[in-house]
Ligand binder design. Structure first.
Ligand code: ATP
Ligand code: IPE
Length: 242
């Protein structure tokens, strides 16, 4: 069993509110639908981060944040259902699961994920808002990935994003940035985060290290070339292995 995360930067244009990349997402989902057994996790992109950033989520409870939380919850469910529909059309019964409803006694209880898997369906989890006693918070898809690595003991954790892997510095800013094929302990520069309320590449990086520390083989791959998943463990592989 694998756990796979599709980053929000692949699903959406992060600079335009709710701009969905239908074709790109469909290509990725088609490719994933050939994998035998997996849990899918996805990010929010401009369905999650845009309104969150505009209205100051996460944060203490205010009237404005409560309104924003309702919109973000709706937008994330909408994005999730588009992905679930694509999996269903590809012949893989899938079930969307928001962590909003799994938050009990200050921790997330993921029992339903196991149940959905046992029924032969693909659980499709995603980053979302959730409510705590004095605040409205956001759980990122990357965080869900490390929880899944710990609880479900998958064979592989695969993170799909819009660059070829982890570089020694941001490849979109520095053309001479070097791809790290195998990450162990090198120091990496992640620069500043702009359109991301959950921590950008740096947080993803920490989640990937966590997955590896739970004993799961972990990879960062460019989702614009989903066929690269097939090259994991082979000489032709392009990406970062943790
Ligand atoms: P999520 O938003 O769920 O965290 P995502 O797939 O949308 O995932 P981003 O958070 O947008 O990914 O992070 C990917 C971006 O991180 C890349 O587009 C790249 O510009 C940037 N980045 C910054 N530093 C690095 C680095 N050292 N190596 C690789 N990418 C980096
Ligand atoms: C973000 O989830 C969810 C919300 C902002 C509500 P992620 O942090 O996993 O999303 P991406 O992948 O960065 O877009």
């Amino acid at each position: 069993m694998d756990i796979i995360k599709i980053g929000g930067s692949l699903l959406t244009d992060k600079t335009i509110y709710r701009k969905f990349y239908q074709k790109k997402t469909s290509k990725i989902v088609q490719k994933l639908s050939g994998i035998e057994k997996f849990i899918l996790v996805h990010g929010g992109g401009s369905f999650g981060h845009y309104i969150s950033k505009k209205y100051g989520l996460p944060g203490d409870i205010t009237e404005e944040r409560i309104k924003a939380a309702s919109i973000v919850k709706y937008d994330m469910a909408d994005l999730n259902q588009r992905i679930v529909k694509m999996l269903n059309l590809a012949g893989r019964p899938a079930m969307g699961i928001s962590p909003f409803f799994l938050d009990k006694n200050n921790s997330f209880s993921y029992g339903i994920v196991k149940k959905v898997l046992d029924y032969g369906m693909i659980p499709v989890l995603y980053g979302d808002v959730y409510l705590r006693k004095d605040s409205i918070r956001i759980l990122s898809g990357d965080h869900i990935m490390s929880s899944m690595a710990q609880l479900m003991k998958p064979k592989r954790a695969i993170f799909l994003t819009d660059v070829d892997g982890v570089f020694d510095r941001d490849p979109k800013k520095y053309r001479d940035a070097a791809l790290l094929k195998k990450y162990s302990t090198e120091s990496v520069d992640f620069g500043m985060i702009s359109n991301d309320v959950t921590g950008g590449m740096e947080l993803k990086f920490r989640s990937m290290v966590n997955c590896r520390n739970f004993g799961v083989k972990t990879y960062l791959i460019n989702g614009n070339f989903p066929e690269r998943i097939e090259y994991i463990g082979k000489k032709e592989f392009v990406g970062t292995e943790f």
